[in-house]
Write a protein of this length. Structure first.
Length: 437
């Protein structure tokens, strides 16, 4: 028996889920956001890397100008390319909560997971919830905003996992925050600039290499990576590497977090030998392991690495990606970073958000349909916030239009709504009316 009826249900409270829920709610439909963790935030909050990944083209024009701007407004005001665009994860969490609370047609349930999916001939009919909220709920359209495509998989969608030749997944990371260092003891104390950060990494590298040479760490990375917090008083280290983590096998995530924490403490002990870090403090190790990939749901179109690196355009474009193809080696060792060539971005098509064989589910996170190489680019918050916003609009239009299949929603109508809200889109637009409350 279905206890509660909504227009759109969003499963997953990371950046794709938050942006999807906001976009749908701003279309004045009734939205429920369900998150299994005690709070919304996902990787961007609970496994922060501090860096705001590329969201501009080669001419400096934002290619993601929608809700992403509301999440990181300072990044849009900072136009000096020498400065590192970063954020504070607690400020981001506060913005998530503030934006969600401002929508009158949006309900948020945390501490609640989907335990069962009722499906009939490709249509999700209802979800059974467990946790802080229990019972059956239903909607016209559903967003799978879980990082690993959990909802679509439970509904029977096919998926890929890992790289094509052997199924191995990119390495995971336990990030950690360091404060109390003395920038005046660094070669370049301006740690909010790229030049200084690259200089700092070079200064710390000998201490890390000595640690490795003595066999005092199991970290397979070859380098040290860190980014400044806004204000330059703290650093976020994204410099551990945990192999063999598969988010569909929770035991590997638990073991991976333990290994990541160990590597973090080993690296912190090593860098405190640098005079600038002699009195530094380890503020925290992120409570959630930074897992870079999980299931990639098979959709109506699989975005490929070639699509990204050829800056391909699609007639059903609904979002854009501009971050490098950034493959963290599943076997350890050096990462492979390939820049997106001029003009610096590619289209993400609506078809990649639609799971093959399902009628009323839209993908709203990194679980969209793409190859291993493409995923290594679009998986970051800048791209996924755009994907989530487009997914939320698509789901709302499906409900408002009374469509039985999300494929009946015209990408031109999605682009119209996104354009009216200030988002970057390219291609034909088709005016559409939304409810007024």
């Amino acid at each position: 028996m279905v206890e509660t009826q909504y227009d759109v249900i969003v499963v997953g409270g990371g950046v794709g889920g938050v942006c999807g829920a906001l976009a749908a709610a701003r279309s004045r439909v009734r939205v429920l956001l369900v998150e299994a963790a005690p709070a919304v935030g996902g990787t961007g909050v609970f496994s922060s890397v501090s860096l705001i990944c590329d969201f501009r083209d080669d001419d400096g024009r934002p290619i993601n100008n929608g809700i992403h701007r509301e999440l990181f407004p300072e990044a849009y005001l900072r136009v000096n390319p020498r400065m590192v665009p970063t954020y504070d994860e607690q400020a981001l969490r506060a913005r998530y909560e503030q934006l969600l609370a401002a929508e009158p047609t949006l309900t948020v349930w945390t501490g609640t997971r989907v335990a069962e999916v009722r499906i009939d001939d490709g249509r999700v009919e209802a979800l059974r919830l467990e946790g802080d909220h229990e019972g059956w709920i239903s909607a016209s359209a559903y967003l799978d905003a879980t990082a690993d495509g959990n909802l679509a998989q439970m509904a029977g969608a096919d998926f890929w996992l890992g790289r094509e030749q052997d199924g191995l997944l990119q390495s995971a990371t336990a990030t950690f925050k360091v404060s109390g260092f003395d920038p005046e003891l660094l070669i370049d104390p301006r740690v909010e600039t790229w030049d200084a950060i690259f200089s700092l990494r070079r200064e710390l590298l000998p201490y890390y290499r000595e640690l490795k040479d003595k066999g005092l760490t199991s970290n397979p990375r070859e380098d040290v990576t860190c980014f400044p917090y806004p204000g330059g008083k703290s650093l976020l280290f994204n410099s551990t590497s945990v192999l063999g983590v598969d988010p569909t096998r929770p035991e590997t995530v638990r073991a991976g977090l333990e290994e990541g924490e160990k590597q973090a403490r080993e690296l912190f002990a090593a860098i405190t030998r640098h005079p600038a870090f002699a009195d530094a403090t380890l503020d925290f190790i992120s409570p959630k392991l930074g897992v870079r990939e999980g299931r990639r749901i098979v959709g109506d179109y699989e975005l490929t690495g070639e699509d990204c690196l050829s800056c391909r355009r699609f007639d059903d474009m609904i979002a854009a990606g501009g971050y490098d193809v950034d493959v963290h080696n599943p076997e350890g060792g050096k990462s492979r970073l390939t820049r997106i060539p001029s003009p610096g971005y590619y289209h993400i098509p609506l078809r990649s958000l639609i799971p093959r064989g399902l009628l009323n589910v839209v993908l709203s996170s990194r679980c969209i349909s793409g190859s291993y190489e493409a995923h290594a680019s679009y998986r970051v918050m800048s791209s996924i916030s755009g994907v989530g916003e487009a997914a939320g609009v698509t789901a709302a239009l499906m409900h408002v239009g009374g469509f039985g299949d999300v494929r009946e929603v015209d990408a031109a109508a999605v682009r119209y709504v996104l354009q009216m809200r200030g988002q970057f889109v390219e291609g034909r637009v088709e005016p559409v009316e939304l409810p007024v409350i």
